[in-house]
Design a protein around this ligand. Sequence first.
Ligand SMILES: Nc1ncnc2c1ncn2[C@@H]1O[C@H](COP(=O)(O)OP(=O)(O)OP(=O)(O)O)[C@@H](O)[C@H]1O
Length: 352
Amino acid sequence: MTGLTARLTLSRGTFTLDVDLSVPAGTVLAVLGPNGAGKSTLLDGLVGLHRPDRGAVVLGGRDVTAVPVHSRRIALLAQDAMLFPHLSVLDNVAFAPRSAGLGRATARDRARHWLSEVDAGALADRGPAQLSGGQAQRVAVARALAGEPELLLLDEPLAALDVDAARAVRGLLRRVIRAEDRCTVLVTHDPLDALTLADHVVVLDAGRVVERGPVRDVLAAPRTAFTARIAGLNLVPGTVTGAGLRTGDGQVIAGVAAADAVAGQAGVAVFPPSAVAVFPAGDPPGGSPRNTVAATVATLEPHGPVIRLRTAGSGWAADLTPAAVAELGLEPGVPVRLAVKAAAVTVHPALD
Ligand SMILES: Nc1ncnc2c1ncn2[C@@H]1O[C@H](COP(=O)(O)OP(=O)(O)OP(=O)(O)O)[C@@H](O)[C@H]1O
């Protein structure tokens, strides 16, 4: 197969990473996971900074497991641009083709091409110290691509940028990272990056892949609490019933079952915080059929234009307007009743 296939078992102290993945050429795989899940360790294993205890990294049909880092045709774009401070922007970008043996003039031509691809042609003669964070990251993208890697690794490439610069570089990456003869692995904390940049996603937890699939499928129907949280969704585990789901403590949540949910088997009820209404404690809401649960406000945090309330007890999240927060007198410790309409809840089979 062209593209990347990797089976890696490698240890770091008491931590073990044990994953297999494949990234067809021309596609982008996002890697999501909580802190300490093993995302950096995975990248180190792919780059060759860490020899696996077992397994193999096969890139474009070549087994590169024993190939030194610099000969693997892999480029890494990290959170910080890490440009060489003593070289001009142009020579930073020309560095990889120079290292690959191209003459100075040809390498510079290629660097100019990539700088223009990332809309940074006008920066060619500047030094790295004269660039904004967003400009430096643009140049770093050009530098990564100028080496014509078979595998491009992106390690939280937008994490150090402010919102506007992140948006611009995300758009740029969308435009340039996909190429027929290259595959890309993107490590990110942001589901938006996965949604906008990647075809497939794997979710790592404690060194193992706990979810994988097309990005939209995984984020729309997360099967683990971590994915539900980063996708911004509520997720309640339990057992699938004819009418929805029964939780471990006997609560029944009415919902719409996905086609592959089987009554009696493990499942998860999934619903967005925007579908959760908040009422004063003990005030049962009327109207259409709703699931209600007693809870206590744990945190209130701005989430775009709304306030995201998280509760202790049920752990559900709800989105409210600042006016509603004021009107209900919500603050940590206040008891509330949460309600979600059955029609807003979908029940999916769980992994285990
Ligand atoms: N040099 C090391 N020696 C021993 N253990 C390590 C070393 N580096 C990392 N670890 C451990 O390996 C595990 C995975 O770490 P890793 O950095 O790969 O996670 P991550 O998913 O990239 O986390 P983050 O999102 O915080 O960057 C963690 O438990 C970490 O403590």
